[in-house]
Ligand binder design. Structure first.
Ligand code: C5P
Length: 375
């Protein structure tokens, strides 16, 4: 993502970058997720029994008929939407490194919400492990020239090369900022990061709660009576039902069409992505980049690499969902911390990233914290 956000050689000085719009890329990654999840539901049926009609029935039943369940996903979708946008705001108030370091507080807010909302108990040793993880991953993300004791006055030029997954600067304001100059709005920046951390924890834990809730029973199944049933049975509510099929009877899945038990996670993700897509297009693409879209189109300056980034964002989001389902949000904090270390190592040859003592100490703390938490 950092690579695709680098200024293009075709750029004219003092004119906006010839850069794809981040808002449309985010919307497209939601669309990607919907397509992938639909395919996963389709292929969750046994090979010989797959059909588009069955997929349609599953989607119709789960998303439209069970609209109360769908509505629940509007909450994490909106929380994530606000959180994602607060990250952009925080990045305009703080330099990228300060943002990256302070944003790690989300590990602790996530643990707090896991205790409050999911009634999890965390023993003291786990809190200690989480605190070590938070400090460790913060150290890992300090730029090489940063002096810990002049916190907030980092050189943004280098630190911007190792962005968060949502680090983004469509208008190049970060790149234009003079190196070594601390942004003025440090306090509002910190408050913004704090709110983003709270929303990150809340959205993640709320999604986990929905994902791990026992499935609600499907709508009453409509099974037409056979001729022998009709002849033998005395008039009953069922035969009455048979004469007067309920509305949507043809759409309520027969036993064979029922949603495979493993497909719940894909339905939840489609439900959430539908909200994210609609809210994202209406509020972010239209309100933030509406003029640019009218001027140069929705897909302006897209390159094949843009699609690769979109695909990775979508895949990353779905993996987050799998981690939350089969592990939990706290373990996700460990997983992403280790992924930051691994991507820093890849940055050694991609972005000339230099391994510093702080990086080594931070990485060791992350690894030690993972071990301690695992105990
Ligand atoms: O910063 P944080 O760890 O909270 O970010 C998690 C990211 O995972 C968010 O950007 C969110 O959009 C994404 N996500 C997703 N699908 C899910 C859950 C989270 O794309 N089911």
């Amino acid at each position: 993502m950092a690579y695709t956000r680098l200024p293009s050689p075709d750029d004219v000085p003092d004119q906006p970058h010839k850069m794809y719009l981040a808002s449309t890329a985010v919307a497209m990654s939601e669309m990607f997720k919907i397509i992938v999840c639909a395919y996963m539901i389709y292929s969750a049926h046994p090979l010989q029994k797959r059909s588009l009609r069955k997929l349609y029935n599953n989607l119709y039943t789960e998303i439209i008929l069970q609209w109360r369940e769908t509505a629940k996903l509007a909450i994490p979708a909106s929380l994530y939407l606000v959180q994602n946008n607060l990250q952009y705001l925080a990045l305009s108030l703080l330099d990228a490194a300060t943002f990256q370091v302070t944003y790690q507080l989300k590990i602790l807010t996530t643990a707090l919400f896991s205790v409050l909302i999911l009634n999890r108990t965390l023993r003291r040793i786990k809190w200690i492990a989480l605190a070590i993880l938070t400090v460790g991953i913060a150290l890992v993300q300090l730029p090489p020239e940063a002096n810990i004791f002049t916190f907030g006055a980092f050189n943004t030029q280098d630190s911007a090369a190792v962005p968060s997954d949502l680090d983004d600067d469509p208008h190049g304001s970060l790149a234009k900022r003079a190196p070594g100059v601390a942004p003025e709005n440090t306090l509002s920046g910190f408050v913004t990061v704090l709110i983003a951390c709270i929303l990150s924890g809340l959205a993640g834990v709320y999604f986990e709660k929905i994902l791990k809730a026992p499935p609600t029973p499907p709508p009453q199944q409509y099974t037409p009576l056979s001729q022998t049933d009709k002849e033998s049975a005395s008039p009953s509510p069922i035969s009455y039902l048979d004469e007067n099929p309920p509305p949507h009877a043809d759409l309520v899945p027969k036993e064979d069409d029922a949603l495979p038990p493993t497909a719940g996670i894909w339905i939840r993700n489609i439900q959430m992505s539908l909200f994210s897509f609609v809210l994202g297009v209406v509020f972010i693409v239209f309100l933030k980049d509406g003029k640019a879209v009218i001027r140069n189109g929705f897909f302006q300056y897209y390159t094949p690499l843009t699609w690769v980034v979109i695909g990775m964002q979508a895949g990353g989001g779905l993996i987050v969902a799998l981690v939350v389902k089969y592990a939990d949000n706290i373990l996700k904090g460990f997983a992403t911390s280790i992924s930051i270390i691994l991507s820093s190592l890849v940055s050694i040859w991609l972005f000339e990233f230099k391994v510093t003592t702080t990086f080594v100490i931070g990485s060791s703390m992350v690894i030690y914290a993972s071990y301690l938490y695992g105990l």
